[in-house]
Design a protein around this ligand. Structure first.
Ligand SMILES: [Zn+2]
Length: 158
């Protein structure tokens, strides 16, 4: 008699269900249960700790927290990637001052970023917020690149 647990019970034990995610077996509470040959020990390609170490700064879009997010990579292997749960983007973060600069330029209409016009997103506050976050994210990346090149040139001139 092999062990049978529900999806969550396996998860608590550090396993995840890989095969036959639809189980025909049920426990006494009528929840689907899985046996050991339907689960696999969960090995993360990038652990939560390593992922967290690579985060620096704030979300380039909304300026919020960048944190490790549990996901799967292109080969369907479990991993942690850093990102923003608000903007639903994967990123490592940018300096807060870079984000502040980008946001200021976007809000003042001085950031030339994408071809998405603010005008097309002003119908609801949510859509305007989305537009601002997307534009700010785009501009944050550009400012970071500009600063990187700028600092190299300044350093070389010393
Ligand atoms: Zn964000």
């Amino acid at each position: 008699m092999s062990e049978e647990y529900t999806y969550d019970e396996w998860k608590d034990r550090g396993y995840f269900v890989i095969k036959d995610s639809y189980s025909t077996k049920k426990n006494e509470k009528d929840e689907p249960v899985f046996t050991l040959d339907q689960v696999e020990w969960k090995v993360y390609q990038i652990s939560e700790e390593i992922c967290a170490k690579n985060i620096s700064g704030v979300c380039p879009g909304c300026g919020g927290v960048v944190e490790p997010i549990e996901t799967v990579n292109n080969s369907d292997e479990p991993t942690f990637w850093s990102g923003c749960n608000h903007c639903l983007i994967f990123c490592c973060g940018v300096d807060k001052s870079v984000w502040q600069t980008a946001r200021k330029l976007v809000e003042e209409g001085r950031g030339f970023t994408s071809c998405k016009s603010r005008h097309d997103y002003e119908d609801t506050p949510e859509r305007l917020e989305y537009w601002k976050d997307t534009e700010t994210s785009h501009l944050s990346g550009q400012i970071r690149q500009i600063l990187f090149e700028y600092n190299k040139i300044v350093e070389a001139g010393k």
